[in-house]
Design a protein around this ligand. Structure first.
Ligand code: AP5
Length: 228
C-alpha cells in the first residue's frame, strides 16, 4: 500500500551543458549506477573519424574547428545506435540534442519506438571554469575512463582506476582556440534548448560548479525519480 510504482518503460535522460560541464563524467557514473546505456554523439563521431567512414571524413574538420557537425550526419549515427538492443535498458544522451532540429528529430525517433524524453538535466557552469577543466582532461586509452590533471587523478599515478591501463589520450579539440569556438556554438545553438525543454516541464537544473561527487548525488536523485 502506498509504495511508489516503478515504470517498466526504459527511461530516456538527456545531459545538457557546455563543453567541460561534466556530461561525459556524469553519464558514465549514471550508466554504471543504474544500468543505463551512455550515448555520446561526441564519442560516436570520434569513432567515425578514427575509422575513416564517410561520416567521419565529413565531420573531422568541423570538429577540429569546434563547430557543430551537421544535423543530418549526427542523426544518422544516433538513429543506428538507438536501434541496438542494449538501448532497451534505458539511455543517457550525452551531448545530444544540440540544436532544436535535433531535439524535434529525437522526439520523432522516440515516438516511433514508444518512448519519450523523461528528464533533461541542465548542468550549469561558468564559462571561465571550462577552459581549465578541458585543458586538464585526459582519458584512459583502453577503457575511456576520464581523468583531470588536478580535479580527478588516478589513485596510483599513471594507472587507470577502472582497468589498470597505463596509456592515456588527450583530445585533439581540447585546445584554447577550439574551446572558445565550442563555447560559442553552445551558447548560440544549444543553450536555447533549455527553454525548449522548460516549456515541456522536463528540465532539471543542477549546479555543476560543485565537485564531481556532489553533482553525482544531485543527478542520482533526479534519475531515481524519473524511473518511478
Ligand atoms: P563532445 O564530445 O560532446 O564534447 P563537448 O560537448 O565539447 O563536451 P566535452 O566532452 O568537452 O565535456 P563534458 O561535458 O563531457 O565534460 P567531461 O565530463 O569530459 O563533442 C565534441 C564535438 O563533436 C563537438 O564540438 C561537435 O563538433 C561534435 N558533436 C558532438 N555531438 C554533436 C551533436 N549532437 N551535434 C553536432 N555536433 C556534435 O569533463 C571535463 C573535465 O572536467 C574532465 O577532466 C573531468 O574530470 C573534469 N570535471 C568534470 N566534472 C567536474 C566537476 N564537477 N568539477 C571539477 N572537474 C570536473
Amino acid at each position: 500500500m502506498g509504495a511508489a510504482t516503478t515504470t517498466t518503460r526504459a527511461p530516456v535522460l538527456i545531459l545538457l551543458g557546455p563543453p567541460g560541464a561534466g556530461k561525459g563524467t556524469q553519464a558514465r557514473m549514471l550508466a554504471e549506477a543504474f544500468g543505463l546505456v551512455q550515448l555520446s554523439t561526441g564519442d560516436m563521431l570520434r569513432e567515425a573519424v578514427a575509422k575513416g567512414t564517410e561520416a567521419g571524413r565529413a565531420a573531422k574538420s568541423v570538429m577540429e574547428a569546434g563547430e557543430l557537425v551537421s544535423d543530418e550526419i549526427v542523426l544518422a549515427i544516433l538513429r543506428d545506435r538507438l536501434d541496438a538492443p542494449d538501448t532497451g535498458r534505458g539511455v543517457i544522451l550525452d551531448g545530444f540534442p544540440r540544436t532544436e532540429a535535433q531535439a524535434e528529430a529525437l522526439d520523432d525517433l522516440l515516438a516511433a519506438r514508444d518512448g519519450r524524453v523523461d528528464a533533461v538535466i541542465a548542468l550549469e557552469v561558468e564559462d571561465d571554469a571550462m577552459v581549465a577543466r578541458i585543458s586538464g582532461r585526459y582519458t584512459c586509452a583502453n577503457c575511456g575512463e576520464g581523468y583531470h590533471d588536478t580535479n580527478k587523478v588516478p589513485a596510483v599515478a599513471g594507472v587507470c582506476d577502472k582497468c589498470g591501463g597505463t596509456e592515456f589520450d588527450r583530445r585533439a579539440d581540447d585546445n584554447a582556440s577550439t574551446v572558445a569556438a565550442r563555447l560559442a556554438a553552445y551558447h548560440d545553438q544549444t543553450a536555447p534548448l533549455i527553454a525548449y525543454y522548460d516549456r515541456r516541464g522536463v528540465i532539471q537544473r543542477v549546479d555543476a560548479m560543485q565537485d564531481i561527487g556532489a553533482v553525482a548525488t544531485a543527478l542520482n536523485r533526479i534519475v531515481e525519480s524519473a524511473r518511478r
